[in-house]
Design a protein around this ligand. Structure first.
Ligand code: ATP
Ligand code: ZN
Length: 210
């Protein structure tokens, strides 16, 4: 029997809940901060700890059979993976935000403006769907400070409570997508039985939480 691999985030907002979910599925494994692979002692499974951005491609390419990642990352990386189960944590929304004193009142007024984001693919699609042509400035982080520095007129970023926006003098303006952590797999994997067994365990953990 082949050992399955599941990719989860190594550290960050999804790490703890992903580990907790797998432990609640009855899987025994060590969770050292330094290890990148952890074998599960009571199931033919290995856990790969990765940056979340890499997880969709690892699953698409068959390096991992399964993965836990935010829907936002899947959409942004444009991979072909199967959505197996929504997991109910890591909830957030990708929103366009503007400064509190902005003159923008309608999304059509984003026409010709600049928007800083780490999600250029999703933002581009949103703008096209709304027939808006704006200048997307792709940056790798700290998007919220960009309008204050005069780098952009607006931002497109993940928001959960809105606290970060507020403390940077920004207000949410338009919803681009909502997201939560999902269990993903590859279409046509050869380990169907084991995968089904794991999905069932995940689903019964989620049901017990309802
Ligand atoms: P990595 O080092 O793995 O690349 P990261 O910095 O890209 O991590 P995190 O900030 O840990 O990512 O966020 C991981 C995921 O958590 C996001 O992709 C998103 O799905 C979810 N999430 C939930 N709430 C928020 C939030 N307020 N801000 C950012 N991400 C959030
Ligand atoms: Zn990331």
């Amino acid at each position: 029997m082949k050992t399955l691999k599941i990719a989860i985030q190594k550290s960050g907002r999804l790490n703890e809940k992903s580990v907790e979910l797998l432990k609640n599925c009855g899987l025994n494994f060590e969770n050292y901060k330094s290890s990148l692979i952890s074998p599960v002692s009571n199931f033919p499974l290995e856990i790969l700890f990765l940056r979340d951005d890499d997880i969709p491609e690892y699953v698409q390419d068959g390096i991992a059979d399964l993965g836990i990642v935010g829907e936002n990352v899947i959409q942004e990386t444009e991979v072909e993976v199967a959505y197996l189960q929504k997991l109910g944590f890591g909830k957030c929304s990708l929103k366009i935000a503007i400064t509190n004193n902005s003159d923008i009142e309608d999304i059509k007024q984003l026409e010709g403006r600049s928007i800083a984001t780490t999600y250029p693919v999703i933002l581009d699609k949103f703008l096209k769907d709304n027939s808006i042509s704006a200048d997307i400035r792709t940056i790798s982080g700290s998007v919220e400070i960009s309008p204050g520095l005069g780098l952009s007129d607006a931002i497109c970023d993940l928001v959960s409570t809105g606290g970060t926006l507020k403390s940077n003098g920004l207000k949410p303006f338009a919803d681009v997508m909502s997201s939560e952590a999902v269990l993903i797999g590859r279409k046509g994997s050869e380990n169907e039985l084991l995968i089904q067994e794991l999905i069932q365990r995940v689903q019964s953990v989620l049901r017990a939480k309802e």
